[in-house]
Design a protein. Sequence first.
Length: 403
Amino acid sequence: MRAKTGVWLIGACGNVGMMTVVGARAVAKGLAGRVGLVTELRDLRELPLPPVEDLVFGGHEVGGRTLMESARDFERRAGVLTDRLLDALADDLDKVQAEVRDGYPTRPVRPLAGPKRRIEDGPGAGLAAIQRDLRDFQKRNALADVVVVNVATTEPLPEPRHEWDSLAALRAALDDDRPEVFPASLLYAYAALDAGYAYVNFTPSTGSSVRALDELALARGTVHAGRDGKTGETLVKTTLAPLFAARNLRVLAWEGYNMLGNPDGQSLTDPKARSAKCSSKDRSLRAILGEAGHSSVHIDFVPSLDDWKVAYDYIHFEGFLGARMSMQFTWQGCDSALAAPLVLDLARLAALSRARGEKGALDHLACFFKDPYGVEVHSFPAQFEMLRAYAARAKKGAESRSA
């Protein structure tokens, strides 16, 4: 019997976490196809990736809800899931629910949600408890490895701290039990990497983006990737922007307006959380087009839209002889249905990197993120070529070992 790979979801019962679990189990049971899974493309599907069917899920949750409650509520609000599908997956969701533990909140939650753990209890105690949950999960399920993926609600982006610049300084802050140095996403990343697990940050939160945690990943011989999954408007932007650059068309203005009604949208009513998201979305465009022209990103919470994210973009550009032209597009997509297959892709690819003995930031995964670690390339076509080149090398290496 082959050993399986664990996927530990931070925010397991939120929309993205729930859709990831539901999608994986639906694929495993032949109840859903593989559309949306990048790892099922021809260039990647022959890699020695852990099969979707073999992924074992667990995680942390602070919202006081179960996977099935989240799924039923999502079915009612978004109209994507069906009673028939959820009935068929009831036992699967119950088994995963048994692997979900109380987590550490990234922000205040409703009193009735009642997380039993608090960041205020101290980062030392928090780190020990997270690592205990991860190791128990691996042992209980006889897993070959575990990949930790942050799909929690965006936390307010804190001011950078000098303790983040080196592993020695961060360890000293941990020894002194200083909670102000450890936002929840960073604490989770530290716990995962320190225990030797892969860590993926699908959110705009701090996570493992600091220099000290890249040092930690290298020291522990593990890998990390992030941040902020590229699922909608920014995916379109980073595909279109290279077109203007390649044609030497001068972009005068690129205005983006986003509306989102789910809990992630509500979290972005916090100015600091919204600033983190907007900065992440705008950075990639400026990296491709340079600083010329005006660009901005706006995000509003519109409750009635729920998970159906709507983005409107207006592009004003200049061509030959000063001719001024424009392009407009509207994107509407089910945010969690776009994100969930990418979470599965990232978990499988991170597990492959672990099996290959890789260390540090996984730059070949840049095409999955708005603000990829350690990568200055933001053009989506160029980023995807990085992934394809990696897949070719990994496939060649696997064939050499089996020869």
